[in-house]
Design a protein around this ligand. Structure first.
Ligand code: PLP
Length: 449
């Protein structure tokens, strides 16, 4: 499948050097992607859990066009567009209790970086300037910039970049990813993670911890896992005693993908800072947000420079996001997502008898199909997930391949996250095509092909 660099025929440097060129898509509409030869693919991944309203949504296109033709650019140090203020107000009204402010940047990683900077500055304002480090959990992903990577718990991806990262403080994952029974149940992984966090906090580096970053529902990195309630309760208790801040990374989960506007509410997490990404620009515009509590904002040293980027609060991005968030939080769409989530869970349950499938999990419209893995190394798990995702593409459905090392054991999964506007018939067809791919994968695993 892979082409050596010398056999590449175009100058596009691919995400995985040496990887064969990915398919070309010429256009898209609704939940469908079209190849130049007319082949139609159903996008069951929403791009990358991003295009929640599908492709070519007329309201979004209209908002973009209007912004582009009236105020295409404004640097946030110079001024702000009315849509930025309206969007901030709307997000705060939907956010978990205590959140009072928001700022906008341009991707998930930068939203996490902004949260880290805010946490460090707020600690300085509280008179705790030695608190400059952030704790991340195992089996998490927070983005590919140095601060976000530092708290990411996917070791293979980090190794080449160790020298670039901040001082790493990590705690084992609270999820028990190989657990088959109740995916929301408690188990000793949560206990172990709490013990490790507490040991870190009372240890020599405890006084340097500014914040702990948590995904309320770990998405792609852990294959759709809800943070255990035991870990959440302990985290709140430890925060009270050790004065760190809690950053909820909701880049994937915010704005309806798992049901409510914020997954923190679903798992009982009370964050001080919240990062929002993918669903905010619904794939049309690179925009993300970092939300902060009143306490964090009050603690910021007067005149502190929060830093930022030239495309922060970009007027086209905020116009898109304002239209998107209004649509995503309409009661009719929320009811549709709830019903479709039930359909998805039922369809996924129907995959359990496929020999290529190890487990299935879902939260609203975020799901993972965990695969049986053929070989002993993580490379094999990653290659296998990619192979099965390519089989799905051959069957006409887009899903995302994922792999990780769980307590030393390679795991592979496919993330399924259809657009929130998917029609029930299209969802059924997505899952039918996925089943075709998984049956082929089972044949490969069992040596029938
Ligand atoms: C939970 C989570 N946080 C942060 C990020 C980083 O977002 P981005 O790729 O937009 O920088 C991702 C990306 O997939 C993510 O899933």
């Amino acid at each position: 499948m892979t082409a050596s660099p010398s056999t590449r025929t175009d100058p596009l440097l691919r995400r995985v050097p040496g990887q064969a060129p990915r398919p070309v898509f010429s256009h898209a509409a609704g939940v469908r992607l079209f190849a130049p030869d007319g082949t139609v693919y159903l996008d069951a991944a929403s791009g990358s859990m991003t295009t929640a309203l599908g492709y070519t949504n007329p309201d979004i296109v209209e908002a973009m066009t209007r912004a582009a033709s009236t105020l295409p650019y404004l640097h946030e140090a110079i001024g702000e567009s009315p849509a930025a203020v309206d969007l901030a107000r709307l997000l705060v009204s939907l956010a978990p209790e205590g959140i009072t402010h928001t700022s906008f940047t341009s991707n998930g990683a930068n939203a996490v970086e902004a949260a880290i900077r805010l946490a460090v500055l707020a600690q300085q304002g509280r008179g705790l300037p030695e608190r400059r480090r952030v704790v991340g959990l195992g089996l998490s992903y927070h983005g590919s910039t140095p601060g976000a990577l530092t708290c990411t718990g996917a070791s293979a991806a980090l190794e080449p970049f160790e020298g670039l990262l901040l001082h790493r403080l990590s705690v084992p994952t609270p999820f028990c990813p190989h657990r088959q029974a109740d995916p929301h149940g408690e188990d000793d992984c949560a206990t172990r993670a709490v013990e490790a966090l507490e040991a870190l906090l009372v240890g020599p580096e405890g006084g340097t911890v500014a914040a702990v970053v948590v995904e309320p529902i770990a998405a792609h990195a852990a294959g759709c896992r809800r943070v255990p309630a035991e870990f959440v309760a302990a985290l709140h208790d430890l925060r009270r005693r050790h004065r760190f801040l809690v950053i909820a990374d909701e880049v994937t989960t915010a704005l309806g993908r798992v049901g409510p506007p914020f997954a923190s509410t679903l798992v009982g997490l009370r964050p001080d800072l919240v990062c929002v990404g993918k669903g905010l620009g619904v794939g049309y515009s690179p925009i993300s947000a970092t939300l902060a509590s009143g306490e964090v904002v009050a603690a910021l040293p007067p005149g502190a420079n929060l830093l930022g980027h030239n495309y922060n609060s970009h007027p086209i991005g905020v116009a898109v996001a304002l239209t998107a968030v209004r649509r995503l939080t309409e009661p009719g769409l929320r009811d549709h997502v709830r019903d479709l989530g039930v359909d998805l869970a039922r369809e996924l349950a129907g995959l359990r008898d496929c020999p290529a499938v190890r487990d299935v999990r879902s939260e609203g419209l975020l799901a993972a199909v965990e695969l049986r893995v053929p070989g002993p190394s993580t490379g094999t798990a990653g290659t296998w997930a990619r192979t099965v995702a390519d089989l799905a593409l051959d069957a006409g459905v887009v899903v995302l391949p994922g792999a990780c090392l769980v307590h030393g054991v390679p795991a592979a999964h496919l993330t399924v996250a259809p657009p929130l506007v998917t029609a029930p018939d299209d969802l059924r067809e997505m899952l039918r095509r996925l089943r075709t791919a998984l049956d082929t994968a089972a044949d490969l695993l069992e040596g029938r092909r």
